[in-house]
Design a protein around this ligand. Structure first.
Ligand code: AMP
Length: 536
């Protein structure tokens, strides 16, 4: 009897849908090929990994965007018995080095261009000794690098019958998520978890991904494995369209139009951008049926525009790295069919109904379950076959963030009488901007390291395009002088993070409101800033 592993995922599409297409935009141009060819190339890659001695207990790091070669490593790494570890290419240098060291990656598969330049710059600090550049050729470099296509050409595919035996509890995937304090935290996915999540995504009660769809996963493959679309879509035998490195709205629109994409997925910022692009240049979304939007709250105005102007349904989903992405989706129930549009939007704009297989509890500060009245709020706890029960190597976080096998999400939610969750706040002190995390505490500590700053509090303020942006308030010491530019330069020296990390505004204030226990009262501060956004 076979276990719930990625092996059947690999067999089904390559055996039953060998003619189905994968379309992939890369720096080398657009590649258009079939599942049949994917199957052969994946097995060549398994041979290359095995020849290097990789298998059970090893980690294969990837550092790249959404394209066919990355899809192939999604299968080759776990099918060789090793674990796929996807690393976010948008992180700052320190975090990248930390993550590669913490995960003890054995080899890195890296995109050409900027991602490779980053690895080249950090080469002496990284504990790996070989890089596979996911392209046809490699640039002149001191890094021990091999071109992906040379690797695939060099090795004969391992016969399907010779693929190593896998067990469902074997580790297959790994992702890091931002910690509120301290370093990013790793989570590991077993074969069984990926299997369970993909099955759920394929059901109508999940995301209803089917063979008839043409799916374009826009959420990056370094973000919770592109919400695991590459696995679910492959299992379903779906035509897949990969938009390549840092796709613009124009790139996405061109792919939707050319490939008749029916379903796509990503954070709200991407879809707001696409609307703006279409407003300016026009565009044809007639093939598109659904956009899955999550990662941050989907603005209702955006959902309505896609509905009204393009007949595209936006389905609002909630999830976390710790839940392998899709934890809930918002769709009206059948008995709501007769409701008018506005009433349906009351449900659709919420984060929705928990995904099949998961269970939830929403508890108040005393640990008691809240009433499902759409008003009472508490912390959302979830558990289920696709929810992790611990962080990798982080006992102190495990103590804090789990209650037995329940994951404490750090999201504050209400639940209405129909069971729809609405995320109304975040207990974790962290800001999410355009789908990427920014640690408010890291910014506060860095600001307070400045001689002139006595106190600093950083909050997320709403932003039309990025959903949230960091905003800092500082109290300065008497007799000192500083200004915003100086503090921003200081932050950059202290933290060395990408530009999007730094606050849009640093405001000097007389006092920062405090709670009864003397902590910064960020709720009060947020109210204060929202009332007075322009410093007048
Ligand atoms: P990540 O682990 O990076 O995927 O981030 C997960 C977190 O993003 C959740 O705990 C929420 O705080 C936030 N999040 C994800 N989806 C949504 C959504 N649809 N609405 C509001 N917040 C969301």
């Amino acid at each position: 009897m076979s276990d719930l592993t990625l092996q059947p995922f690999f067999w089904r599409p390559t055996a039953l849908f060998p003619e189905k297409r994968i379309v992939s935009r890369t720096a080398d141009g657009v590649t258009d090929y079939t599942y049949g060819a994917v199957g052969i190339r994946v097995r060549s890659l398994v041979a290359a990994l095995q020849d290097r001695g990789f298998g059970s207990g090893d980690r294969i790091g990837t550092f790249g965007w959404n394209h066919h070669r990355h899809l192939e490593t999604y299968f080759a790494a776990p099918l060789s018995g090793a674990q796929l570890h996807t690393i976010n290419v948008q992180l700052g240098d320190d975090d990248i080095v930390y993550i590669v060291e913490d995960a003890a990656d054995d080899i890195l598969f890296v995109d050409p261009g900027e991602p490779f330049e980053t690895i080249e710059r950090l080469w002496d600090d990284l504990p790996v000794d070989e890089v596979i550049v996911m392209s046809e050729s490699i640039p002149e470099t001191n890094v021990n690098a091999v071109a992906y296509e040379d690797l695939v050409d060099e090795y004969d595919p391992v016969a399907e019958t010779d693929l190593p035996d896998l067990e469902e509890d074997d580790p297959a995937g790994m992702c890091y998520t931002s910690g509120t304090t301290g370093r990013p935290k790793g989570v590991e996915y077993s074969h069984k978890m990926i299997y369970a999540h993909a099955m759920m995504v394929m059901t109508p009660a999940g995301l209803d991904v089917s063979e008839r769809d043409v799916v374009m996963p826009v959420v990056p493959m370094f973000h919770v494995n592109s919400w695991e679309f590459p696995y679910a879509a492959t299992m379903a035998g779906t035509t897949q369209v990969y938009p390549g490195p840092a796709p613009s709205a124009a790139d996405l629109l061109a792919l939707i139009e050319e490939e008749s994409v029916t379903m796509t997925a990503g954070v709200p910022t991407v879809w707001i951008d696409l609307l703006e692009h279409i407003d300016e240049h026009g565009g044809d979304l007639s093939s598109l049926e659904r956009i899955i939007v999550g990662g941050s709250a989907a603005p209702e105005e955006m959902m309505r525009r896609y509905d009204d102007e393009f007949d595209v349904t936006v389905e609002h989903a909630w999830g976390m790295t710790e839940t392998m992405s899709i934890g809930s989706v918002s769709r009206p129930k059948a008995r709501m069919d007769e409701w008018d549009r506005s009433r349906k939007y009351e449900k659709r704009r919420k984060q929705g109904l928990l995904s099949p297989g998961l269970e939830m509890r929403v508890v108040d500060d005393a640990g008691d379950e809240i009433d499902w009245d759409g008003e009472s709020a508490g912390e959302l706890l979830v558990r289920g076959p696709s929810v992790v029960t611990e962080y990798y190597n982080r006992p102190e976080a495990n103590e804090k963030d789990f209650d037995g096998d329940w994951l404490k999400t750090g999201d504050i939610a209400t639940v209405d009488e129909d069971g729809y969750i609405e995320i109304v706040d975040r207990a974790k002190d962290i800001i999410k901007s355009g789908g990427e995390w920014i640690s408010s505490i890291a910014l506060e500590n860095a600001l307070m390291a400045h001689d002139a700053v006595v106190e600093a509090a950083v909050i997320g303020v709403p932003h039309e395009k990025w959903q949230e942006r960091p905003f800092a308030c500082v109290v300065t010491a008497e007799g000192t002088e500083t200004n915003e530019d100086e503090l921003l330069n200081f932050l950059d020296d202290e933290l060395d993070q990408p530009d999007w990390w730094y606050p849009d505004e640093i405001r000097e204030v007389q006092i920062i409101p405090k709670t009864a226990t003397g902590k910064f009262d960020k709720k009060a501060l947020r109210n204060q800033i929202n009332r007075n956004p322009t410093n007048e």
